[in-house]
Design a protein around this ligand. Structure first.
Ligand code: BGC
Length: 519
């Protein structure tokens, strides 16, 4: 029986090619697409804890918070209006990622990125200038549309551009820019909250224009991926581009495989319906479960609500925003570890190590909060060592996420889908991710109020389940050319029954019918 990791023989393919400066710069620019997503994740928590912002747009929330004499710390911030402000964006992102699938497939990855940047720009301007709640909401919806387009196209773009040996590292550039976006937003909130006159929130929200412009301009200067050019019939151009990207003349084998994959994808009339075919069962399962589990790590409780959470467990305003900056910094640094290790140690090792680390931290944090706050949420005086221990373990937890589920939640789906279903499957990945981001953002404060410190154990439970899932069901994809990925399922102990049941994959069908000569 094949190993649990599933893949223990090479595909025999080793396309020539180097990590050229051209491809590196290209991927760095494209990865900037993550900034807009990260900026938004990081900005909303801080803005919603700024009193002038609440007074202006959500006066009832403000009054409730100001008047609330209850000493139950767990329920202090429980307000659905407030969470709706944070979470509405993710619903818009969910919808637009579905539209983006068609744009990305028919018109190329670049155009989706351009749309992403432009919509995000518009949203940021409207939000920064908001005079009424409706402007905030319209702005949030536009931001969400922008994120849907960018998250659908950027990871695919990166995985297609990268030489397969460095695919992991270059793709994680996307996650790195998400984390940089979050950190920058946390730092800006910290300073803007101090602005006299209480209009700092305008700068926080309007500041999103900067990352939006970066990806808008970036998408105009970026080259198309060879895969996408072939998909749209531009074979000669694609071959020249591939030579340029790989820095070698001998790109014949890779090029031919790309053409074969593209022919296969043309046989597919209904990429969405196709996804439901038996042979794509492993892909569909991953497209749904990986983003689901990524959100069920509970990471966004920290990312969205770190300032609120830290306030809840007894930190002063300033210290809360500062602690959010600290966790944001840890998030960036740990992502760099992942860039270093992902193509060396493999995806499975990182997933399993990160899971174990998160689990241990969640149990410790739950215990710390449980011991001090009990079930009635009345902590009494909190000693300094206590605050330090909690922040420390939250940081260790964040680093565990940042070198495992964070980057891999985007990398693995983008590299496992065959071209014929790639855009559609990636949309499923983005929409499931956005849906659960929405759910967590929407119900976290309410869950904290009801489940109390047990909330951390709830997420810990899912971390156990997801680690078993990875152990048994996710094959290792490190070092496998993207168009050769079918092999990993064929030799997997479980998935082989779906992809090896005598049915030809699209690619094989084309190889039989249209042997590719030099095109
Ligand atoms: C996730 C986000 C999360 C971020 C934290 C991303 O991979 O999709 O939901 O907030 O990582 O760094």
């Amino acid at each position: 029986m094949p190993a649990v990791g599933g893949f223990d023989k090479g595909t025999g393919k080793a396309y020539p090619g180097n990590l050229t400066p051209y491809v590196t710069v290209t991927c760095v620019v494209a990865a900037m697409g993550g900034l807009i997503f990260g900026y938004d994740i990081g900005i909303s928590g801080g803005v919603t804890s700024m009193a002038p912002f609440l007074q202006k747009f959500f006066p009832s929330v403000y009054r409730k918070e100001a008047l609330d004499k209850s000493t139950n710390q767990y329920c202090k911030f429980d307000s659905e209006t407030l969470t709706l402000f944070t979470s509405s964006l993710y619903l818009a992102a969910l919808l637009s990622s579905l539209v983006a699938a068609t744009v990305t497939r028919k018109f190329g990855r670049k155009l989706s990125m351009l749309f992403g940047g432009l919509l995000f720009c518009a949203g940021a301007i409207i939000n920064g200038a908001a005079k009424a709640v409706w402007m905030l909401i319209v702005g949030r919806i536009l931001l969400g549309f922008g994120i849907g387009f960018a998250n659908q196209s950027v990871p695919l773009y990166l995985s297609e551009m990268a030489p397969y040996k460095y695919r992991g590292a270059l793709n994680i550039g996307f996650q790195l820019s998400i984390t940089i976006g979050i950190l920058v937003a946390n730092i800006l909130n910290y300073f803007f909250a101090k602005i006299k006159g209480g209009w700092g929130w305008r700068l926080s929200l309007g500041g999103a224009v900067v990352p939006a412009l970066i990806i808008t301009v970036g998408s105009l200067v970026l080259p198309d991926t060879p895969n996408s050019m072939i998909e749209r019939g531009q074979h000669e151009g694609a071959k020249t581009k591939l030579r340029r990207i790989r820095g070698v003349d001998d790109v014949e084998e890779e090029f031919n495989d790309l053409v074969v994959a593209s022919e296969a994808s043309k046989l597919v009339e209904h990429p969405w319906r196709n996804l439901l075919q038996r042979k794509y069962r492993p892909h569909l399962t991953m497209a749904i479960l990986i983003p689901f589990f990524q959100q069920l790590t509970g990471i966004n409780v920290i990312m969205f609500y770190a300032p609120v959470l830290f306030k809840t467990i007894g930190f002063a305003d300033d210290a809360s925003l500062m602690s959010a900056v600290i966790t944001g910094g840890v998030n960036v640094l740990a992502t760099i570890v992942s860039i270093y290790g992902v193509d060396k140690w493999g995806r499975r090792f990182l997933f399993l190590e990160g899971g174990t680390q998160m689990l241990i931290c969640q149990v410790i944090v739950a215990t710390c909060i449980g011991v001090k706050f009990g079930v009635d949420g009345e902590p009494g005086a909190l000693p300094k060592w206590y605050a330090i221990v909690v922040v420390l373990f939250i940081c260790v937890y964040v680093s565990g996420f940042a070198w495992s589920w964070g980057p891999l939640g985007w990398l693995v789906p983008s590299e496992i889908f065959p071209l014929e279903i790639r855009s559609a499957a990636q949309s499923v990945n983005v929409s499931v991710n956005m849906f659960f981001t929405f759910i967590i953002a929407q119900i976290f404060l309410n869950m904290l109020c009801h489940m109390k410190f047990g909330l951390f154990l709830f997420f810990a439970f899912f971390v156990v389940v997801m680690s078993f899932f990875i152990y048994f069901f996710l094959p290792e994809t490190k070092g496998i050319p993207i168009e050769e990925m079918a092999e990993v399922w064929k030799s997997h102990w479980f998935w082989s029954r779906y992809v090896n049941d005598g049915s030809y994959s699209g690619v094989e069908l084309v190889k039989e019918n249209y042997p590719v000569k030099n095109v």
